[in-house]
Design a protein around this ligand. Sequence first.
Ligand code: PMV
Length: 370
Amino acid sequence: MKNKILTEKYFILAYSNTNKPKHGSFTWESPSNIALVKYWGKSEPQIPKNASISFTLNNCKTITTLTFTKKEKVTKDFKVEVIFEGEKKDAFKPKIIQFFERIEEYVPFITDYNFVLETKNTFPHSSGIASSASGLSALALCIMSLEKEINPNISAEYFNRKASFLARLGSGSASRSVEGEIVVWGAHEILPHSSNLYGVKFPFTIHTNFNQYQDTILLVDRGEKQVSSTVGHQLMHEHPFANQRFSQAQENIAKLTEILQNGDIDAFVNLVESEALTLHAMMMTSNPYFILMKPNTLTIIEKIWAYRKEHDSNVCFTLDAGANVHVLYPEKEKEKIQLFIENELADYCQNRHYIFDFVGKGANLISIFV
Ligand code: PMV
């Protein structure tokens, strides 16, 4: 299917009623990811205004078990219980039901079942690490496992693509969490098979300088964000710099595509930090305007710059839509940078809390009971 453009129709299959299992469960673990070129701005239904590219993480994951039982009588509504870290969480139900409504067209068999969704994260709750990417990709993968029971002939490629497609309908960045190590979401002319509908693995050979690239997440602020990503994306509609930003991101994807192949870490550092600050500049120049960085975010950035200069290091930072700082560095600088983090940056984290992570290979199926 070289260079064939797939549309939404590709994700609608015919189902045989005879294969629908009565009862069972699937458990998937799916990681978070950190964008290097950021997605900020979208149109309906979750179509990004520019392509984005991310490192899939290894340690920051959501583990989800979806238990399903066939309804006695098929009804149109969705029945789902949500258990988060061992406790019933009715507050999460509306979001899950909204997700089910969005994906029903592509997985119509979900109205045949009652579901129990048990989920937990490997990173602390309200750490400011977005769990939507890992959480929605884990749930999408569980639903794809059910689809595979019903349609056993679907290929591994179709499975992953559709999992990413479904995850995207829940949270855009979740489309980049199904696979590793570097994933692109959003159509870009130089990246074969890239699509606005789902994420694909970076299609070229990655330079060894980026092997096991390290990401330590400094938890600067665990509080609830004042402005959600949903609102932030919306503010890009009337944004005075939106069009320049979207074309800049497309250009940065082309530049990063070269960098990832030629191993130019100086250029990587420059591009990644510029992307992070541009994301936050978009927030500061929206109307209403807002700032998600905290004083400690800036202190950490300055310390990283000073360390880099003084030690001729390749350490750099990126930011998500929040105050936490992702410290990125090559594997071979691991020992020194981890000491630097402990000695010089930990004081600027809430309760000196940070999480060591690195680039990972994507989601894993943990168990199937059917
Ligand atoms: O997936 P959302 O809607 O939560 O948006 C995520 C946006 C950023 O994390 C700021 C950037 C990105 O590409 O992940």
